[in-house]
Write a protein that binds this ligand. Structure first.
Ligand SMILES: [Zn+2]
Length: 119
């Protein structure tokens, strides 16, 4: 699902995309300046290798996600603590946002139930 950023207004724009066993559901809403707020829930499960035993395991997911998308380069130094993703094309692909969120989650440290319990 492709979203043209300048068409996003104060009225929340709902989206829902699925990838394998994950549902990414939420909305985009115009914030201020070049910024658009994305608020969503990541629900489902993700397969990844355990960081201890390297066995693939299914990790349940239920994450609240919130960040801003900047329509163009973001250069507001007053809000440096904001979590901002820049779009230089004026549009975003929700599926791409989902896969980068999944990469972030996968790169975190996770261990399977067996390893968790044997500690
Ligand atoms: Zn393990």
């Amino acid at each position: 699902m492709k979203v043209i950023l300048r068409r996003v207004t104060k009225t929340p724009l709902d989206f829902e995309v699925k990838s394998d066993e994950i549902t990414f559901k939420g909305y985009l809403q115009y914030h201020a300046g070049k910024l658009i707020l994305l608020k969503a829930n990541l629900l489902g499960s993700l397969e990844k290798p355990c960081d201890i035993c390297a066995e693939e395991f299914k990790m349940p997911l239920n994450e609240e996600i919130e960040f801003f998308i900047s329509d163009g380069i973001y250069e507001d130094d007053d809000n440096i603590d904001l979590d901002v993703v820049e779009s230089l094309t004026g549009e975003v692909e929700i599926e791409e946002l989902l896969s980068s969120e999944m990469e972030l989650i996968k790169s975190d440290y996770h261990s399977c139930d067996e390893c968790k319990h044997s500690n």
